[in-house]
Design a protein. Structure first.
Length: 935
C-alpha cells in the first residue's frame, strides 16, 4: 500500500465515521440536550454535567474527523497522488490520540447512568427504534456509542500497519510505525477502560445501597478487589479491601474507611502508610499475590499523583516506576492531636509533613516553614491570633521536633518584641525583650531561663528614668545590682526579690558619696557615711521625718583630708560582675555552633538571622513566606571556612576581618553585632556614667579576646576539614591576648567607641576643664612669648619660619611656629584606633625634631629637657578637646607590646604636658582664691 492508497482508505473511513457521528448526534445527543433541565436532585445535576461534557468531547472528535476528511479531499482535488507528508493523521498523532482518549473516558463515565436513560426514554424514541424490545439499554449504548469508535480506531491501526509494511525501510517508516503502535495501544486502552467500567458497575450492584451511595462516583474505577486477590488489613476486622483509581477502601461490615491514594505510601513489604502522624496501616498479603498487590498499589498511587491514567492503563511489561516518596499536596488532619483540624499544604515524606509547608487552623493560627517527620523543624513563622483583639502574636524562629529552639524574633500583639534564644518554646539564654509603646515602657537585655529573667541582665525602666545592671532570679532583681538614674545618680546595692537589703554605696551627681543604708527614693536611713566632694565627711545615724526633713546624729569632719579621687571616681561592678560572666549567653551560642561542626542548616539557629519587622511587612502575605531571597540568606558556611584558610597572613587577615565584621551574614559579624547590642544596652543613654568606665573598658577588651577565640575556633575547624591541624604555640594564652589587642580590638573598637569615649570624657571631665582653661590662657600668648614662657631654648625657636609683613614684629605672631607638628597632633581625634593615635603622636614628635633640625641646621635628637617644653607648645596650639580622655583611652587600650617602647615614652610625655597645664591652672586658681580672701 502506497501513500495514495492509504490516503484513499483514510478518506473513505473518515467519511463513513463522520456520517456515523452525525447520526449519533441526531438520535442521541440533541434529543437529550433538548429534553430540558434536570430535577433539583443532585444526581440529575451530575448527569446533566456529564452529558454536557460528553457533548463537548463528542464535538471535538467530530470536528477533528471533519477536518481530516476536508484536508484529504482538498489534497486529492489538487493532485491524484499523495505523499506521506499529506497524511494529517501522522503528523498530528498526539492530537488524535488525546481527543479519542478523552472521548472514550467520558463515554464510560456516562455509561452507568441508566436512571438518566430511563428518565429520558421518550426523547430517545428514534434511537430505541433501531433495536428490538429485548435489547437492553447497555447493549444499545455499546452498539451506538462505543462500537463505531472502536471500529474506527481499528481501521486507523490497520491502514497504518499496512502502510508501514509497504513503504519498507526509509526515514519515514519509523514515524508511521510509531503512530501505528500508538493506535494499537489505543485499542487496548479502550478495551481496558470498558472492562474496568464493567467491573466497577458489577461492584456497585454487589455492595449495599449505603456503601454504593457513599463510594459511587461516575469517574471512579475499580482496580483490584480482595475477593479476587486475597489481602487483609491490620486495622480491626476488615472483610474487604478495594483498590480504586483514586482511593483505597477498607470495608468492615456496613462501615468503611477510605484513604486518598495521593496520601498513601507503599514499602517493599506492601505496607501502606496513611498521612496520620501517629498511625500506620499494614496490608497483610499472602506470599503469591503480594507482588501483584504491591505493583498495582504503586502504579495506582503514581497515576493518582500524576493526575492521569497510564496509556495503556497498566502500561506495558516492565514499565511503570514506583511513586515518589517525596510529594506535595494538601491534607486536613482529623485525628486527635496538636494538628487536629489543621490544613497542611506542602511537602510530604512517608505519610508525614517533611520539607516546606504551611499549616492553617480554623481558629486563624498559621505556621509556615520547614517540617521534618511530621513536626515543625527548621526555620518557621507562626501566627497566633489574640482572642480579645484583632491582633496576633508572630513567632519567627527556628524549631526542633515541634518546639521553638534556637534564635527567634517574636512580635506580640501587645507591641512587645523579643529577640533572642528559645528552648522548648520558652525563652532561654540571651535575649532582648522590649515594649517601647506600653504605658510603662521597658527594655530588658540579658539572660533568660525557663521563660524568666535569670542571671546577668540590664533593665531599662523608661518611665522612672533609671537602668538596673545586675543579677536576676525568677524575674526579680536578686543579688548584686547597680542602678543608674537619668539625673546622674548611681548606686550599688544587694537585692532580694526586688527589695534592697544591707548597705550600699550611693554616688550623687555633685560627686558626694554616701556609704550605708538608703531607700529606693534615695533617702538616707540608719548608719552611714557621707563624703562631700570637697572632702568633708559626715558619719553617723540618719533619719528622715516628713515634718522635719533629713536629720542626723554623728561627726562632721571639715579638715578636707578625705578628698580623694578614689572616692569621687569610685568604679562599680568590677568585683561583683566579673567580665567573664557578663554575657556568657551570647558566647555560648557561638561556641555551640563551633562544637556542632558549623553545619549550614544550624547556623541561623545558633548565630541569629536578620529579618524585617515593619508593621507593613507583618500584615502582608510575603511576611508568611519563609523562603527568603539571596540577600537574606546566610552565606554558605563552607565558603566562610574556605576564606578563613586563604587569609592567614596578618595584612590579608586584617582586610578579611574588617569585611567580615561589617557583614550581617558572617558569623563573626553576627557575634560583633550581638555584643554591640549588649554594650549599648548597658552604657548608652542613662548608662553613660563615669562610675561604669572600668566595667565598659574591660568589657571591650574581653570582647576582642572572645572574638579572637571564636575566629581561632573557625580556623581550626576549617583546617581540620582540610587535614591541616592548626599549629599550637607554647604561650597560647598570652598570644591570644596579644592578637586580641593587635588584630581584633582596632577593628571592633568603632562599634563601641561613641559610648566608651563618652565614659572617658565624663570620668576626666574636671581635669579636662582645667586643661581647657589652661589652653585658653596660653592661647593669648603670641608665639615668641609662649616659647619664652615655656622655657624653650632660644636657639630652638623657629623664627626663620615666620614671614613678616612691613608692620609686623616677631613678638606679635601667633600660631605659626611648629605649624606642621601642630597640624599633625590635631589629627589625634580623627581616628578611634589607639595604634593609629600613637602613630600620630610619633609623627608629631618627628615633625618637632625635623623643625628643630632645620633651625639648628644639623640632625638634632631632642633630649627630654628640650622635648617637653616644645611638646607643651604644640599641645597648647593644637587645642585638642578632651585630651585627658584621649590619653587615658590610648593608655588603657593600646597593645601591651608597646609598653616601655617609644610609643609609651611619647604617651608619657604627652601626659606630662597635660598634667603640667592642669597644675598651672590649679596654682593659678589657688592664688586667685587667696587673693580674694585678703582684706
Amino acid at each position: 500500500m502506497c501513500a495514495t492508497e492509504a490516503a484513499e482508505s483514510l478518506l473513505r473511513s473518515e467519511e463513513t465515521f463522520s456520517a456515523c457521528l452525525a447520526r449519533i448526534n441526531t438520535i442521541v445527543l440533541e434529543p437529550l440536550l433538548q429534553a430540558g433541565k434536570p430535577t433539583d436532585e443532585n444526581k440529575g445535576k451530575d448527569n446533566l454535567k456529564l452529558l454536557l461534557l460528553l457533548n463537548d468531547r463528542f464535538r471535538a472528535l467530530w470536528d477533528l474527523t471533519e477536518e481530516n476528511h476536508r484536508l484529504l479531499k482538498e489534497k486529492f482535488s489538487i493532485s491524484p497522488s499523495l505523499c506521506l507528508q499529506d497524511l494529517y493523521i501522522l503528523w498530528k498523532g498526539d492530537l488524535f490520540l488525546s481527543i479519542y482518549i478523552h472521548n472514550e473516558l467520558c463515554l464510560v463515565d456516562w455509561k452507568p447512568c441508566s436512571e438518566f436513560w430511563k428518565t429520558h426514554k421518550t426523547a430517545l424514541k428514534q434511537f430505541l427504534a433501531d433495536f428490538t424490545s429485548e435489547t437492553s439499554i447497555p447493549v444499545a449504548l455499546y452498539t451506538v456509542l462505543h462500537k463505531p469508535l472502536r471500529d474506527h480506531v481499528q481501521q486507523y491501526a490497520l491502514i497504518l500497519t499496512r502502510l508501514s509494511e509497504a513503504i519498507g525501510k526509509c526515514p519515514d517508516q519509523e514515524v508511521v510505525t510509531s503512530v501505528a503502535k500508538q493506535y494499537a495501544k489505543l485499542q487496548s486502552f479502550i478495551s481496558q477502560v470498558l472492562d474496568e467500567a464493567c467491573l466497577t458497575k458489577a461492584l456497585w450492584k454487589s455492595l449495599g445501597n449505603k456503601l454504593t451511595e457513599w463510594l459511587c462516583v461516575p469517574e471512579r474505577r475499580l482496580l483490584e478487589d480482595s475477593k479476587n486477590l486475597p489481602i487483609f488489613a491490620s486495622v480491626g476486622r476488615t472483610s474487604r479491601v478495594l483498590l480504586f483509581d483514586d482511593i483505597l477502601v477498607l470495608i468492615q461490615g456496613n462501615n468503611c474507611q477510605s484513604f486518598d491514594l495521593k496520601l498513601v505510601w507503599v514499602d517493599g513489604s506492601a505496607i501502606c502508610s496513611s498521612p496520620i502522624p501517629t498511625s500506620c496501616l499494614n496490608l497483610l498479603v499472602p506470599l503469591c499475590p503480594q507482588a501483584v498487590w504491591q505493583w498495582k498499589l504503586n502504579q495506582a498511587v503514581r497515576q493518582a499523583l500524576n493526575g492521569k491514567r497510564d496509556f495503556p492503563l497498566w502500561g506495558e511489561a516492565g514499565e511503570g516506576s514506583e511513586p515518589p516518596f517525596h510529594r506535595c499536596f494538601k491534607y486536613v488532619f482529623r485525628a486527635e492531636g496538636r494538628f487536629k483540624n489543621a490544613a497542611y499544604e506542602g511537602e510530604w515524606y512517608w505519610g508525614k509533613p517533611h520539607g516546606k509547608g504551611t499549616l492553617k487552623w480554623p481558629d486563624g493560627r498559621n505556621h509556615v516553614g520547614d517540617f521534618k517527620e511530621g513536626l515543625e523543624h527548621g526555620f518557621g513563622i507562626c501566627l497566633i491570633p489574640l482572642l480579645s483583639e484583632d491582633k496576633y502574636d508572630c513567632y519567627k524562629c527556628h524549631w526542633c521536633e515541634g518546639k521553638m529552639r534556637g534564635y527567634g524574633i517574636c512580635e506580640y500583639g501587645n507591641e512587645m518584641v523579643y529577640k533572642g534564644y528559645f528552648n522548648d518554646n520558652l525563652r532561654q539564654g540571651f535575649g532582648i525583650l522590649e515594649n517601647p509603646s506600653a504605658e510603662q515602657p521597658f527594655k530588658y537585655t540579658g539572660q533568660w531561663d525557663n521563660d524568666k529573667k535569670n542571671g546577668y541582665g540590664v533593665w531599662d525602666d523608661k518611665d522612672r528614668g533609671e537602668r538596673y545592671i545586675g543579677i536576676w532570679q525568677d524575674d526579680h532583681r536578686h543579688g548584686q545590682g547597680i542602678v543608674v538614674t537619668q539625673s546622674g545618680v548611681c548606686y550599688q546595692r544587694t537585692f532580694h526579690v526586688d527589695k534592697m537589703v544591707g548597705s550600699g554605696i550611693l554616688l550623687l551627681e555633685d560627686d558626694s558619696v554616701y556609704e550605708g543604708n538608703f531607700t529606693r527614693d534615695l533617702t538616707f536611713v540608719g548608719k552611714g557615711k557621707l563624703t562631700f566632694s570637697n572632702g568633708f565627711t559626715l558619719e553617723g545615724t540618719f533619719s528622715n521625718k516628713s515634718s522635719q526633713g533629713l536629720q542626723t546624729q554623728g561627726i562632721l569632719n571639715t579638715s578636707g583630708d578625705q578628698q580623694d579621687a578614689s572616692i569621687t571616681k569610685v568604679q562599680l561592678g568590677l568585683d561583683e560582675f566579673p567580665v567573664e560572666k557578663r554575657w556568657q549567653g551570647i558566647y555560648d551560642q557561638f561556641l555551640d555552633f563551633l562544637h556542632s561542626g558549623c553545619k549550614e542548616e544550624m547556623e541561623e539557629s545558633f548565630t541569629g538571622f536578620h529579618i524585617q519587622t515593619s508593621k507593613e511587612l507583618r500584615k502582608s502575605q510575603e511576611y508568611l513566606f519563609c523562603q527568603r531571597g539571596p540577600e537574606d540568606v546566610s552565606g554558605k558556611i563552607e565558603d566562610v571556612l574556605e576564606e578563613l584558610v586563604q587569609h592567614r597572613e596578618l595584612e590579608s587577615l586584617q582586610c578579611y576581618l574588617q569585611k567580615a565584621f561589617k557583614s550581617s551574614l558572617h558569623p563573626l559579624g553576627k557575634l560583633l553585632k550581638a555584643l554591640t547590642f549588649a554594650f549599648q544596652a548597658t552604657y548608652s543613654g542613662i548608662g553613660a556614667n563615669k562610675h561604669l568606665l572600668n566595667m565598659a573598658q574591660e568589657e571591650v577588651k574581653y570582647y576582642a579576646k572572645k572574638i579572637w577565640e571564636f575566629y581561632q575556633g573557625l580556623l581550626h575547624l576549617a583546617l581540620e576539614q582540610k587535614g591541616q591541624p592548626l599549629a599550637k604555640t607554647e604561650d597560647g594564652e598570652k598570644r591570644c591576648d596579644l592578637n586580641a589587642y593587635g588584630v581584633i580590638l582596632p577593628l571592633i573598637l568603632p562599634c563601641f567607641y561613641p559610648e566608651l569615649f563618652m565614659l572617658y570624657m565624663l570620668y576626666h571631665e574636671k581635669e579636662d576643664d582645667l586643661y581647657c582653661q589652661g589652653i585658653v590662657d596660653l592661647s593669648l600668648f603670641p608665639d615668641v612669648k609662649l616659647l619664652e614662657f615655656l622655657d624653650v631654648q632660644k636657639h630652638l625657636w623657629p623664627l626663620k619660619d615666620l614671614t613678616l609683613t612691613t608692620n609686623q614684629r616677631h613678638s606679635l605672631i601667633k600660631d605659626k611656629c611648629f605649624l606642621s607638628a601642630t597640624e599633625c597632633l590635631q589629627k589625634l581625634i580623627t581616628t578611634v584606633d589607639p595604634r593609629e593615635k600613637l602613630e600620630i603622636l610619633q609623627k608629631t614628635y618627628e615633625e618637632i625634631e625635623s623643625t628643630v633640625s632645620r633651625v639648628v641646621e644639623r640632625d638634632y635628637k631632642l633630649p627630654m629637657d628640650d622635648l617637653l617644653p616644645l611638646l607643651m607648645y604644640v599641645v597648647s596650639r593644637a587645642r585638642i578637646q578632651h585630651l585627658g580622655a584621649e590619653i587615658h583611652l590610648i593608655r588603657d587600650l593600646m597593645d601591651p607590646t608597646n609598653e616601655g617602647g617609644m610609643y609609651d615614652f611619647l604617651l608619657t610625655a604627652l601626659e606630662s604636658c597635660y598634667e603640667h597645664i592642669q597644675k598651672d591652672m590649679r596654682l593659678h586658681q589657688r592664688e586667685s582664691w587667696y587673693v580674694s580672701r585678703d582684706p
